[in-house]
Ligand binder design. Structure first.
Ligand SMILES: [Zn+2]
Length: 290
């Protein structure tokens, strides 16, 4: 059993190495990943095992190079890893500060389209406390990014909480909103199993653009004209907005530290999440480490 109850002050890693395999959502190729414990202040780093040089990519907002449908990070030499957001979300939700992730391809496996397989994987070992204090990023000023009718915002708050609102032109998804405070391990029960989703009408367009090549009803909720195409239906009535929260938690963890602040997302996604972090870090008066 993992204990996240009194884990807010001390840095953590995993106790033992773990491994997982799966298909890449966008590339459609088989990928395997090994997760290793790491020392205090190591952070989160991906190592591309299929590349021999310059293959380390740090999971940081400043390394984000693509936000089209997923979040991609790259190092200075152009080595990249895409679709990192669900794994990053699991690491944030379980309060893992330091971990080394070896991967043998360019994309994190999509698993079932949520982060529950990563949570279950980490649950197979225990979480290990390291002998160092965790630094927490405290938001000191309101930061807001707006684009057309979408927006993201960070506000000072005494804990990390999220408000998210979506509004899709589909009667099956339409308007959903959700408020969440990450406390007492509720990430696992309320967020981790919410799957990514797409619309049946977009599938051909995505595939002809070389995207979603590994996508299927096994790793995404597919919304048709009049019904959900997955035979088991939805896992939550508001699974769509919960998944947007899952994504945002993952993207925000690229801050390099847990955030103490109030995040508000309105019809937003990976692109605005990254612009928000860039704007946060653009001015030292916006934040402090506590
Ligand atoms: Zn997602």
């Amino acid at each position: 059993m993992m204990d996240v109850s009194n884990s807010f002050q001390i840095q953590q890693t995993i106790a033992d190495p773990l491994s997982i395999k799966g298909i890449g959502l966008h590339t459609g190729i088989n990928i395997s990943m090994q997760l290793y414990p790491a020392e205090a202040n190591y952070g989160i780093k991906f190592i591309r095992k299929d590349l021999y040089n310059n293959n380390i990519i740090e999971a940081l907002w400043s390394n984000v190079t693509n936000t089209k449908l997923s979040t991609t990070i790259s190092n200075k030499n152009g080595a990249s890893v895409s679709t990192i957001e669900h794994l990053m979300s699991a690491l944030s939700g379980l309060h893992i500060d330091n971990i080394k992730i070896e991967i043998d391809g360019p994309e994190v496996p999509i698993m079932d389209g949520s982060s529950i397989k990563f949570v279950d994987l980490i649950d197979k070992t225990s979480i290990k406390s390291l002998n160092k204090k965790r630094k927490i990023l405290k938001v000191k000023k309101n930061i807001k990014i707006e684009k057309n009718d979408t927006s993201v915002e960070l506000k000072p708050n005494n804990q990390f909480s999220i408000d998210f609102e979506i509004d899709f032109p589909s009667k099956l998804v339409s308007q959903q909103s959700c408020h969440l405070q990450l406390v007492n391990g509720n990430y696992k029960t309320d967020i981790a199993s919410a799957r990514t989703f797409g619309f049946e009408k977009d599938v051909d367009m995505l595939r002809s653009n070389g995207l979603a090549l590994g996508g299927s009803l096994d790793n995404a909720v597919v919304v048709g004209e009049s019904k959900i195409l997955n035979s088991d239906g939805l896992r939550f009535k508001d699974e769509f907005v919960r998944h947007k929260i899952l994504d945002s938690i993952g993207d925000l963890y690229l801050a390099g530290a847990p955030i103490q602040g109030y995040f508000l997302g309105n019809k937003s996604g990976h692109h605005l999440n990254n612009l928000l972090l860039r704007s946060l870090f653009a001015d030292k008066n916006n934040y402090e480490y506590i």
